[in-house]
Design a protein around this ligand. Structure first.
Ligand code: IPM
Ligand code: MG
Length: 355
């Protein structure tokens, strides 16, 4: 197994270092993973003049999986758009055809009080958001800001073909089959034709999955229901932009976005694995970041790209044990727990894996 790892910007290198220590422990137990470091985002702009340089394209294409920490920061926000770190992220997603983004939002019982919602609303929460990742208004053409009749006009295009909808719907139905066989598709068909097609195609695909209970919800209502009664959901499937927004919302149900991993997969389950959170420039370089979403992303890599459920579960069990022992980084800290640094959290996970 060969992976390419991309530390990126901000807190990226700090949390990646902890994930690499986890891989070291596994290697000592005979789970051999060849790894090569690549540049992505602002770090790549600084070193190679592009947020997704050719050297990284080669590494990422040749690897069996990609681990990514985070990209972006105020330093690069002034650059023209094609040079911004976020373009590197969108570029690698598109280049590797990672159309299926799986974002689980799981509440660890120890963190029930870290959520801004009442514990009884979120306890036991376990949602999987399946977000389409290579289409929609993120990539649609035409786009841009133009001068028309002396006035500036901004334009983006929401567009989905039926094939794009069908393949993400299949991923979602398959995921629902492995869970509680309930799927909620989120759209805005009362206003947007693109999402009328979304609903039509999801209904067509559902004919192949009579064992999965399909429901539909408009995105505004879904946003409201996620904070009103989130446990009504199991698997949710939606487009790129709605999925971006709803997955951030779902993350806060679990207490901290610092806990949430994600997988972005192609048709063959080759994937890129990254935390849902960003590069947190405000705490970068201070050894304060929560490395658990990065470490849990590594677990997802074993589960989805290497079909190694045992190793995935082993990493997740170590993370749960560390939480149960009362260690917390600042983002999930509360009274009567012990506040630790990023590397101390890594130490604890590593110590647990060694047992
Ligand atoms: C995410 C992020 C990215 C997105 C940004 C950084 C381009 O918010 O992965 O959710 O919008 O997809
Ligand atoms: Mg986002």
């Amino acid at each position: 197994m060969k992976i390419c790892y991309l530390p990126g910007d901000g807190i990226g290198p700090e949390i990646m270092a902890q994930a690499l220590r986890v891989l070291d422990i596994l290697a000592a137990d005979g789970i051999k993973i060849e790894r090569e470091e690549g540049l992505l985002g602002g770090a790549a702009v600084d070193a190679a003049g592009s947020p997704y340089p050719e050297s990284t394209q080669k590494l990422a294409r040749a690897a069996d999986a990609v681990l990514l920490a985070a990209v972006g920061g105020p330093k690069w926000d002034v650059l023209e758009r094609p040079l911004r770190p976020e373009r590197g992220l969108l570029g690698i997603r598109k280049d590797l055809n990672l159309f299926a983004n799986l974002r689980p939002a799981i509440l660890y019982p120890e963190l029930a009080n870290a959520s801004s919602l009442k514990p009884e609303i979120v306890s036991g929460l376990d949602i999987l958001i399946v977000r389409e990742l290579t289409g929609d208004i993120y990539f649609g053409e035409p786009r841009g800001i133009a001068l028309e009749n002396g006035k500036r006009v901004g334009r983006n295009t929401m567009i989905y073909s039926e094939d794009e909808i069908r393949r993400i719907a299949r991923v979602a139905f398959e995921a629902a089959r492995k869970r509680s066989r309930k799927l909620c598709s989120v759209d805005k068909m009362n206003v947007l034709e693109t999402t009328q097609l979304w609903r039509d195609v999801v209904i067509e695909v559902s004919a192949d999955y009579p064992d999965v209970e399909l429901s539909h919800m408009l995105v505004d209502n879904a946003a409201m229901q996620l904070v009103r009664a989130p446990k009504q959901f199991d698997v949710m499937v939606t487009g790129n932009m709605f999925g971006d927004i709803l997955s951030d919302e779902a993350s806060m149900l679990t207490g901290s976005i610092g806990m949430l991993p994600s997988a972005s997969l192609d048709e063959k389950n080759k994937g890129m694995f990254e935390p849902c959170h960003g590069s947190a420039p405000d705490i970068a370089g201070k050894n304060l970041a929560n490395p658990l979403a990065m470490i849990l992303s590594t677990a997802m890599m074993f589960r989805y790209s290497f079909a190694d459920e045992a190793t995935a579960a082993r990493i997740e069990t170590a993370v749960k044990a560390v939480l149960a022992s009362g260690l917390r980084t600042g983002d999930i800290y509360e009274a009567d727990t012990r506040r630790v640094s990023c590397s101390e959290m890594g130490d604890a996970v590593v110590a647990n894996l060694k047992r």
